[in-house]
Ligand binder design. Sequence first.
Ligand code: SF4
Length: 694
Amino acid sequence: VAELGTPTRSVVTTCAYCGVGCSFKAELNGDQLVRMTPYKNGKANRGHSCVKGRFAYGYMEHPDRILNPMIREDINDPWREVSWDEALGFTAKRMRGIQEKYGRRSLGVITSSRCTNEETYLVQKLARGVFMNNNTDTCARVCHSPTGYGLGQTFGTSAGTQDFDSVEHTDVVIVIGANPTDGHPVFASRLKKRLRQGAKLIVIDPRRIDLVKSPHIKAAHHLPLRPGTNVAVVTALAHVIVTEGLADEAYIRERCDWDEYLAYSDFVSDERHSPEAVEELTGVPAEELRRAARTFAGEKNGAIYYGLGVTEHSQGSTTVMGIANLAMLTGNVGREGVGVNPLRGQNNVQGSCDMGSFPHELPGYRHVKNADVREIFEKAWGVTIDPEPGLRIPNMLDAAVEGTFKGLYCQGEDILQSDPDTKHVAAGLAAMECVVVHDLFLNETANYAHVFLPGSSFLEKDGTFTNAERRINMVRKVMAPKAGYADWEVTQLLAQAMGADWNYTHPREIMAEIAATTPSFAGVTYEKINELGSVQWPCNDAAPEGTPMMHIDGFVRGKGRLMITEYVATDEKTGPRFPLLLTTGRILSQYNVGAQTRRTENSTWHGEDRLEIHPHDAEVRGVKEGDFVKLASRSGETALRATLTDRVSPGVVYTTFHHPDTQANVITTDFSDWATNCPEYKVTAVQVSPSNGP
Ligand code: SF4
C-alpha cells in the first residue's frame, strides 16, 4: 500500500472466488488498485473476508494475461495476434460454415460460473437464439448439477433454503462432504461462532477436517465414512430416526406427501438400512451412527450444509435427495436455523444455473419442452427455440469424437484441466473444427483452440453474481477492461458477427430482459439491488424485497417429496492392483485449478499439491514424509510428494487439485452421477508407490 499510495476513492463490488459472495471495497489511488477491503455492510460477509478475496486479486495484472485476440487455422499452427474484428469475423465464418455443413446442432457453448449472471444469460442465448439449439452447459455440470436435480425433485426448486444468517439460530449442524474452513472460510467463521455458543456438530467426511477438532470446537460426532458410501450413511441415519420414533410426523403430515412418506418409511425401516447392516460397507461404527442420528433428531433446529463431497459421486443426486429427506423427516425446513444448504464452490454457480445454462432448462429452471415457456423467450428474442434438450459437456465431447459436434464457444472454463478423463476431453476437442476459448489466460483447453478471445476480470465489468444463499450481489466496474471489452460485450459482438440483432448498451438492460422473462427474477432491477445492497431471489410481486428463506408455508412444489434412496455401489472398485481410495478437496489459500490464485502471492502458502496418506499405508509401501510417490489409477498416473497424516483413515488417500503439474484428473475415472453426469471425482481406486519424481 505504501508503494501504491493512499487510496483516494473506492468502489464496492463482490469477490469473484467462492459462493459466499463477500462484498469488498476496491480502494484506488487514481486508476491504481491499492487494496481490497472487506465491506462492513456486505450482507453475506458483514465485514469479514478470507485470504483469497482480500489478497489474491493480483492475477488480473499478471504478465500471463492475454490482452489481444488470437487465431490460427489449425491447432498445430502458431497463434497469430489479430484485431477484435478479425477474430470475431473468423469465428463467425467458421461457426456458420460448420452449421451449413453439419447442421445447427453441431455447435455448442459452455458458460462459466466465474462470469456474471448477465454474461451467462447471453452465452446460453447465443446457443439458443443464434446457434439455434440447446447445446449449452456449464461448469456447474462438474460440481453442483446434482443439487439442481435433487432439490428440484424433493422441494421443487434448485437452491439452498436459507440465508447465512440462519446459522445463528441453529442447534445442531450436519456438515457432510464439505470443508468450510478451507472452501468457504467466511461462512465457516459464522458457523464456528455458533458452535462456540453451544450448537452441536456432526461431521460426515472421510477425512478429519479442521472442524472435527479445532480450538474451542469439537464435533459431537465424526462419521469417517468410506468414500462412495454417502447414500448408505444418510439412509442409515434416516433408518434410526424412523425406527426409533424420532421423525416429526406432525410436520410430515402437514407439509409433505403422506403417501410418499409411508412408502419411504417402509423402505428406510428395512433392516438392511440399519447402521449395523451398513457398518462394514461404510466403515462407520454402528453405535456412533445411531448416536449421531439421535443428536440430529433430538434438537429443535437442525441444519445441513454440504459440498462437493456429496455431489461429485455416481450417486450425487441420490445423496442430495437423502439429505432433503433427513431435513423433512425431522421437520427442519421452512424456518430460521434449519434447512438444506449447498455450499457452492464458485462465485456464481447458483447464478449460472439460474440463468438457463443447462441444456434442458431455460432461465428459471423451466424445461425447454414446455411450449409456453419457449414462447416467452421466442417473443423476447424474435427466434424459434429448439424444443429438444441439447447436449451436456460429456455428450458434446462424445459427439465430437463421433464426428457430429464440431464447434464450441467456451467462456471462462478450462475443461481440459477441470473435467474428468483428460484423454477423452482432449480427443473431443481435437476432433472439433472451431474451438473458441474466451478466458484471461491461455489455459490448457486453449491448446486445442482455433480462437482465443481475451477475457475480463471481475474488476473490469458491471454485472451481478448470485451466491449460495440466492443473494444477487452487484459487481461494479473498478477499471476499464484491459483487453478492450467486458465478456458480455464480446459475446454480443460474436452474436452480431453471426447476424444477430443484439444491442445491449449496459448489463442493466440484460437484467431487465431476465426479469421480464423469468418469474423468480421479475422484481430484480439494478436500482433495487443498489438501494437494498443485495436481493435474494425469488424477488417478484409476492416478495418485492426478495426471499431470505424458502418453503416457509409450503414447498415450492406444493408438498415436500421424500424420495427412495437405494444405495448402489459405484463401479469404481478397489482390488489388488489399486487397493486405496483417492478423494480430493481444496485448501484455504488456493481456488479450484489455481488459474487465478497461482498467479498471486497466495501460492507461497501452497506451492504444490501433496498426497495425504495414513502412516500405516505409507510404511508398508516404504514411503516417508516428503517423498515423491507415484499415484496410479486405471485411468493414468502422476507423481507428487507425500504427507503422512492420520487425518485420513487407512485405505484412503487425499489430494488437492490446484496445480496443473499434478494433473489430478488424469487419475480420476469417467464414472458420473446417474441423473446429471456430474463426474465422480471423489472416488478413485489407486495405488501409491515410491517414485523419483515427476
Ligand atoms: Fe471471497 Fe469466498 Fe473468501 Fe469471501 S469467503 S473472500 S467470497 S473466497
